[in-house]
Write a protein that binds this ligand. Structure first.
Ligand code: ADP
Length: 354
């Protein structure tokens, strides 16, 4: 696997997330890479998607042709990059990883496309952030495997038609809706990754504990799984942090009690909410009377990056029903009020009609 460039959103999320704030980014990436599943068997969950992919891989091997281009979308940490690695492994192909923000100049994307060898897989993260010029360079490359390059100026300009080897593009995005229609239409396979179930996360937790060589009970794994916000990346980080507690403060085993105490010390509540999530909900309740309030206003009031709120906090708060999205903005739901332990006066008023 070749990582062509780094991803800045990842860094921003790390800086904003208190669970991982104290760990160095390099260490975190090394840890992530060391535990990435490499095969469909070790890649937990997403069964439907895995079946579809297995069929496509088998068919392309039988036909001796390249795999269709694929688009994976869903919130961060659900396994899009990991799945691209699994696909490459199954195809016996090299995986080149880059992200759209680092493909700003035409020569960035041209350089990568021209460096590809036949059958290789190019992974572009945050593909919704690709600029128009880069997108237009990609269209013929994806569709007919060639590049159109202009040389010279105005009247003397010439267009060169350069053939490319057959490659597969795997795009990943947290915002499929922001992808332009023509780009989306060029992907043969488009798949949404789902949040993981409690049982799947429990398996992720046990797998990671075993790689870290730390003992864990079923109950200990369940406590961590419950706080993992449906996301393997979070499950893995929590296992790492809780295992540090288990080694330093307890007997080296993650039991139910050790997991609960460690998560309490990390200020993670039983729903897996951290201080940023709680600050978001509290802000809407206390300053905006429960909402609705626009995301830009919230980001400014909290001093948070909009993308962190939209990509990291919101999807899970919406999923578990603590937050609601309306055309006028975000609202805290009655469950959200209950979770914060605050009485919802505005909903009581509307119930009694005054
Ligand atoms: P994304 O690209 O969607 O942001 P990643 O593929 O980088 O997410 O996954 C984040 C971490 O979660 C990886 O370190 C990987 O080990 C783990 N992970 C993701 N999906 C799975 C899975 N299905 N089974 C086990 N671990 C997973």
């Amino acid at each position: 696997m070749t990582i062509i460039s780094d991803d800045n959103t990842f860094k921003k999320n790390i800086q904003k997330n208190p669970v991982i704030k104290s760990e160095s980014i390099e260490y975190d990436k090394t840890f992530e890479n060391s535990i990435r599943p490499k095969s469909f068997d070790s890649y937990i969950g997403q069964s439907e998607l895995k079946e579809t992919l297995k069929v496509s891989i088998e068919a392309s091997k039988k036909r001796g042709s390249s795999l269709d281009h694929m688009l994976f979308y869903g919130p961060p940490g659900l396994g899009k990059t990991t799945l691209a690695g699994v696909v490459a492994e199954q195809m016996g192909a090299e995986l080149k990883i880059t992200s759209a923000p680092s493909l700003e100049r035409p020569r960035d994307i041209i350089g990568i496309l021209m460096s590809l060898k036949g059958g290789e897989i190019l992974f572009i993260d945050e593909i919704h952030r690709l600029n128009k010029v880069a997108e237009e360079i990609l269209y013929p490359a994806m569709e007919d495997f060639y590049l159109d390059m202009s040389t010279g100026k105005s009247q003397t300009a010439k267009t060169m038609h350069i053939p490319l080897p057959k490659f597969t593009l795997i795009g990943a995005t947290t915002k499929a809706g922001e992808l332009s229609g023509p780009l989306r239409d060029r992907f043969g396979i488009i798949h949404r990754l789902q949040f993981y179930t409690f049982e799947e996360l429990s398996q992720v937790v046990k797998r990671t504990a075993s790689i870290l060589d730390i003992k864990i009970t079923d109950e200990g794994a369940n406590v961590i799984a419950k706080c993992s916000r449906g996301t393997p990346r979070i499950a893995n980080r929590l296992v790492k942090r809780v295992s540090d507690f288990a080694i330093v403060k307890y007997e080296g085993e993650i039991t139910e009690e050790v997991a609960k105490e460690s998560l309490k010390a990390l200020k993670i509540d039983e729903y897996g909410l951290d201080s940023t999530d709680r600050a978001l909900l509290n802000m809407i309740v206390e300053k905006y009377d429960g909402g609705p309030v626009g995301i830009n206003t919230l980001a400014a009031a909290l001093g948070e990056d909009i993308r962190t709120l939209e990509d990291v906090c919101e999807p899970y708060l919406l999923q578990i029903g603590l937050l609601q999205r309306t055309p006028q903005g975000r609202k805290v739901s009655p469950q959200g009020y209950r979770h914060l332990g605050i009485k919802n006066f505005s909903s009581q008023q509307s119930l009694f009609g005054d």
